[in-house]
Design a protein around this ligand. Structure first.
Ligand code: F6P
Length: 546
C-alpha cells in the first residue's frame, strides 16, 4: 500500500521540486531545447490507438518529465487508476463509482459496482437500444398516424446533450437514419426554431435526463409534448416519446411507459454518459454498427490508459503537461484548437468535461485548495480561430497552453484544402513556439525598403515573444472509432489532473446553488428578495407581472 497522501499536493516534496525546477526554467526557450536535443521531435512523442501526440513543443525537458512522473507517483496515480477501473467509490461525496469504462467494454469484461458485475445489464440495455434504433431506422417503428420517423429530437442538457450532439455533428457525413436535432436551452427559442422545421407525425423525441428532474429538460419536453398533442392526440405520446434516465418513477409520471425507457446507472456521471443510453439519438441517426465503433475506440483508449506505463500513457502525459503549464508555468488558460470543422463542438463538450469535473475549490477531504485547479478551457476550430483570438495567443502578455488536434486525412473531395488546413495548423504551432525577434523583424522590413524612424517604430508591433507551449494531436481521420478514442483520451486526462490535484472529478455541487435560487424565484407564491441588484432587475423586467 502507498504511504498516505499528504493533505495538500502543494505542500509535498514533488510539488516543491517542480516549483524550483520551474523557477530555474524561467528563461529556457523551447527552441533551445530543440537545439540541445536534435532528436527531440522524435523523442517527445507518444502514439497508440491511432492517436499521435507530439509534445516536443512544450516547455519541458527530461528533468521536467521525471519530476512530473515522480509527482504522479507521489499522488498515487497508479493506485487511483486501479481504484477507478476496480469500481471503487471514487466519487466520495456521492458515494458512487465512476464506471463509464464499463459502458464501452465487451460483455465479458469484469467491471463491478459494489462487487456486482455490471456487464450483463450494460449489454442488455445496449441490445435494447440497438433493436429500437434498427426498428426506427427500418421504418418498423412508426408514428401514431403510421408515417415513418424522419426526425429525432434529443431533449437534454449538459452531459445529456453535449456528447450525442458532438458525435452527430462530428460524424454527420455518416448519418443515414432519421435527422438528429438537439434542444437543450430553457430559452424557448431553441425549441421553437427546431419544431418549426418538423412535422409531428414524423418526429420522435428522446427525453434524456439522468435525474429526470432538470428544469430545462422538463420544460422543453412538456412543450414538445403539447406541440405533438395539439396536432395528434395524447395517445400519440407512446409512439413519439421515449426517455433515457435512471429515474423510472419520474419518467412514468411524465407519461412515458417503462417499455419506452432506456435506463442507466448512478455510477455513470452525466458528463461521462455519452456511452450509455444517453447516446441513443446518435445510435438511431448513425446506426448501431457505427455507435459500436465509437465504443470500441473508447474501449481501446481505456485499455491503453489502464495498462500502459505512465511514461508512455497518452492521458497521463496530457494531464501532467496541463498541470505543469497551469500550476507551474502560470499559463492563463487552456485552448482547444481542433483543425477540423466537424469538431466544432469539441470545445463545448470538453468544457463541461474539464470545468465541471475539475472546477473544485476543495480537496477530496473537503480542505480548501491553495493552488489553481482547472484552467479555463475554451476554443474553437482552426482556421477560423486564427482570425478571431490567435492574435492574443501570439502577442498578448499572458501565455495560454494550446492543444492542436488535426485529422491526417480529410473526408471531403477537396484535397488541396486539407493541405492548406494542415499547413495552417502546423504553422500556428510553430509560430507560437518560435516567436519572432526584433532583429528578425528588422531584417524583414529592411528587405522591404523600410528604414530610419519608420523602421524602428514598426518593429515592436511585429515582434512575437514565442515560447508558447502546445501539444499536437494527430488522428487518422474523424471516424467513429477514432472519435471514441479521442473523447476517452480527454476523459482520462481529466481524471489524471484530478488525482494530481487531490480533488473529486465526479461530483458537481457547485452547479446546485444557482439552480436552488432559480427554483426559489419561480416557485414562490409571493415576491422573493435575493439581493438589491436582483430585486431591482426583477422590477425592471416586471417579473411578477408576467
Ligand atoms: O450541470 C449539472 C448537471 O447535473 C450535469 O452534470 C448534467 O450533465 C446536467 O446537469 C443534466 O442533468 P440530467 O441528465 O440529470 O438532466
Amino acid at each position: 500500500m502507498n504511504a498516505p497522501i499528504p493533505k495538500s499536493p502543494s505542500a509535498t516534496p514533488a510539488w516543491r521540486a517542480l516549483s524550483a525546477h520551474a523557477a530555474r526554467f524561467a528563461d529556457v526557450r523551447i527552441a533551445d531545447l530543440f537545439a540541445a536535443d536534435p532528436q527531440r521531435a522524435q523523442h517527445y512523442v507518444c502514439e497508440d490507438v491511432g492517436i499521435y501526440l507530439d509534445y516536443s513543443k512544450q516547455r519541458a525537458n527530461h528533468e521536467t518529465l521525471d519530476l512530473l512522473f515522480s509527482f504522479a507517483r507521489q499522488q498515487g496515480l497508479d493506485a487511483w487508476r486501479t481504484r477507478l477501473f476496480g469500481g471503487e467509490h471514487v466519487n466520495n461525496t456521492e458515494n458512487r463509482a465512476a464506471l463509464h469504462m464499463a459502458l464501452r467494454a465487451p460483455r465479458v469484461a469484469d467491471f463491478r459496482d459494489a462487487g456486482r458485475r455490471v456487464g450483463d445489464e450494460v449489454q442488455d440495455v445496449r441490445e435494447r437500444m440497438a433493436a429500437f434504433a434498427e426498428r426506427v431506422r427500418d421504418g418498423e417503428w412508426r408514428g401514431a398516424t403510421g408515417k415513418r420517423i424522419t426526425d429525432i429530437v434529443n431533449i437534454g442538457i449538459g452531459g445529456s446533450d453535449l456528447g450525442p450532439r458532438l458525435v452527430c455533428s462530428a460524424l454527420s457525413p455518416a448519418i443515414d437514419g432519421p435527422r438528429p436535432h438537439f434542444v437543450a436551452n430553457v430559452d424557448g427559442a431553441e425549441l421553437h426554431q427546431t419544431l418549426s422545421r418538423l412535422r409531428p407525425e414524423t418526429t420522435l423525441f428522446v427525453v434524456v435526463s439522468k435525474t429526470f428532474a432538470t428544469q430545462e429538460t422538463l420544460a422543453n419536453a412538456l412543450h414538445a409534448r403539447a406541440w405533438l398533442i395539439s396536432s395528434l392526440d395524447i395517445e400519440a405520446t407512446a409512439q413519439h416519446f421515449v426517455a433515457v434516465s435512471t429515474n423510472e418513477e419520474a419518467v412514468s409520471a411524465f407519461g412515458i411507459a417503462p417499455d419506452n425507457m432506456f435506463g442507466f446507472w448512478d455510477w455513470v456521471g452525466g458528463r461521462y454518459s455519452l456511452w450509455s443510453a444517453v447516446g441513443l439519438t446518435a445510435m438511431v441517426a448513425l446506426g448501431p454498427r457505427r455507435f459500436d465503433a465509437l465504443l470500441r475506440g473508447a474501449h481501446a483508449m481505456d485499455t491503453h490508459f489502464r495498462r500502459t506505463p505512465l511514461e508512455h500513457n497518452l492521458p497521463v502525459l496530457l494531464g501532467l503537461l496541463a498541470v505543469w503549464n497551469h500550476n507551474f508555468l502560470g499559463c492563463a488558460s487552456h485552448v482547444m484548437a481542433p483543425y477540423a470543422q466537424r469538431l466544432s463542438l469539441f470545445s463545448d463538450w470538453a468544457q463541461q468535461l474539464e470545468m465541471e469535473s475539475n472546477g473544485k475549490g476543495v480537496t477530496r477531504d473537503g480542505l480548501p485548495v491553495d493552488f489553481q485547479t482547472t484552467p479555463v478551457l475554451w476554443g474553437n476550430v482552426g482556421s477560423n480561430a486564427q482570425h478571431a483570438y490567435f492574435q492574443m495567443l501570439h502577442q498578448g502578455p499572458a501565455v495560454h497552453a494550446v492543444d492542436f488536434i488535426l485529422p491526417v486525412f480529410a473526408d471531403h473531395p477537396f484535397r488541396d484544402m486539407h493541405r492548406k488546413l494542415t499547413a495552417n495548423c502546423f504553422a500556428q504551432a510553430s509560430a507560437l513556439m518560435r516567436g519572432k525577434t526584433a532583429d528578425e523583424v528588422r531584417e524583414e522590413l529592411q528587405a522591404k525598403g523600410l528604414e530610419g524612424d519608420a523602421l524602428e517604430a514598426a518593429i515592436p508591433h511585429r515582434v512575437f515573444p514565442g515560447n508558447r507551449p502546445s501539444n499536437m494531436l494527430l488522428i487518422p481521420r474523424i471516424d467513429a472509432f477514432h472519435l471514441g478514442a479521442l473523447l476517452a483520451l480527454y476523459e482520462h486526462r481529466t481524471f489524471v489532473e484530478s488525482v494530481l490535484w487531490g480533488i473529486n472529478a465526479f461530483d458537481q455541487w457547485g452547479v446546485e446553488f444557482g439552480k436552488q435560487l432559480t427554483k426559489r424565484l419561480l416557485e414562490s407564491e409571493t415576491e422573493v428578495s435575493l439581493d438589491p441588484s436582483t430585486d431591482e432587475l426583477m422590477r425592471k423586467v416586471q417579473f411578477y407581472a408576467r
